[in-house]
Design a binder for this molecule. Structure first.
Ligand code: GAL
Length: 416
């Protein structure tokens, strides 16, 4: 599995460096939106640009969460051939901006008033040193649970609101012979669950101190041990074939009714919609029990690699297209996320999307909005990856909870 991935990464890099340089009127877009729902959303953007006569050169690098995409990006930049535009998350944007690699979008931003409509929590990652360096396309959040409604109805399970209710529901599903939790054993997916479990276990102050401030005492606390213990409980409700499974295949298990629940960011909704499923009829979306008031967010942004002293015409057109209110609605309706602007109506959104928009506004107003650790919005990649390693080793039984806590403290210290 691992070898295969390496081969495809290497192939992607050599293919792009050797043979295909985007023509002047194209944008070459590096992204990891390769699942059915993600591709459908990306099409909205492609078509928007194509309607303006700007060609789209696709550079997909499969792998949820973007870890592989970021490896390919580094190789492309090292080879002196960066893509025109790149999907990026949180601290990765800032890291590239610090290297002076990103184009300045201030002209577009000031002409179009981005400062006034993009939430402050996102601007923190879109701007560096007073300059806009990325165009935010959405706001996702990670503390969601997706459920097959028919399975829950059949087993008489109500939407759980506490950890204990959730475990009781998982037990019922397991006893029925179905898979309780659809999960893909990949580091970023393990961490996505951990995000929510940590928030539910310790609350917002704990989350913030541990994952944003990296306070050693909080990282090494009993609450952190309980968080790992709960990850162990979750582990006992996934099926035997979870290892290495892609996230969208896990979503498909819930869509088909083979599994009851998936804990995943709201890109999972894109898969349900792509399979013509309807919220509240076929599937349910709810916040991970115990995190009803919180939102752990990540936002996909497109950063433009500087290819001269000014942003190119095509890069400017891409940025403008991304920020337009009608695009923000059309794209996010399909993607499962919510708009990266505060002035877009929720009219076109389904029940989960409306809830997502309401939750985001409420969380922002009540200090309950936090950057997701799992998706690069709490700390730079070095720290994030150190956390991934510990969470995944524990999930796979390499560490008991006490050891995981110790490892978390020491590896975060080393990674800083
Ligand atoms: C996230 C990204 C989402 C979604 C997901 C799975 O990091 O923000 O847009 O694509 O990965 O691929």
């Amino acid at each position: 599995m691992r070898n295969l991935k390496l081969v495809s990464l290497a192939a992607a890099v050599s293919f792009m460096t050797a043979s295909s340089v985007a023509s002047a009127a194209d944008v070459e877009v590096l992204h990891w939106w390769t699942s059915g729902g993600e591709a459908a959303a990306l099409n909205v953007l492609k078509q928007d640009l194509e309607s303006q006569g700007i060609g789209w050169q696709d550079m997909p690098v499969a792998g949820g969460g973007g870890t592989q995409a970021m490896t390919v990006l580094r190789a492309r930049v090292t080879a002196g051939n960066p893509p025109t535009a790149v999907q990026m998350l949180g601290f990765d944007i800032i890291d590239w901006a610090k290297e002076g690699a990103l184009a300045d979008l201030n002209i577009q931003a000031s002409m179009e008033g981005w400062d006034d409509v993009v939430p402050a929590a996102l601007q923190k990652f879109s701007k560096y040193d007073g300059k806009w360096v990325a165009a935010p396309v959405n706001v996702h959040s990670t503390n969601w649970v997706w459920a097959n409604k028919a399975v829950l109805d059949e087993l008489g399970i109500a939407v759980p609101t506490t950890w204990d209710e959730f475990v009781a529901a998982l037990e019922k599903v397991k006893a029925s012979g179905k898979v309780a939790i659809a999960h893909g054993g990949q580091a970023w997916q393990d961490a996505t669950i951990f995000d929510a479990v940590a928030m539910a276990t310790g609350g917002p102050e704990f989350y913030s101190k541990a994952f944003i401030e990296l306070d050693p005492e909080t990282l090494g606390s009993d609450t952190m041990k309980t968080t790992f213990d709960r990850m162990g409980v979750i582990r006992s409700y996934v099926d035997d074939n979870f290892s290495g499974r892609d996230w969208n295949l896990a979503t498909a298990m819930v869509i088909k009714g083979d599994a009851a629940f998936q804990m995943m960011g709201d890109w999972a909704k894109g898969e349900f919609l792509n399979a013509n499923k309807v919220p509240d009829e076929d599937f349910l979306c709810f916040r991970f029990p115990g995190t009803q008031d919180q939102v752990t967010f990540n936002a996909d942004q497109f950063a433009m690699f500087a290819q001269g002293s000014e942003v190119s015409k095509e890069q400017a057109a891409l940025a403008t297209a991304i920020l337009s209110p009608s695009f923000q609605s059309a794209f996010n309706v399909v993607k499962g996320s919510v708009p990266a602007r505060t002035d877009v109506s929720d009219e076109a959104f389904d029940a989960c999307g409306k809830k997502g928009m309401k939750d985001l506004a409420a969380a922002a107003a009540s200090d309950n909005l936090f950057g997701s650790m799992a998706h690069g919005h709490a700390n730079p990649a070095s720290v994030k990856n150190a956390m991934y390693d510990v969470i995944t080793a524990h999930f796979n039984g390499e560490y008991d909870s006490a050891t995981a806590v110790e490892e978390l403290v020491s590896s975060v210290e080393i990674a800083q």
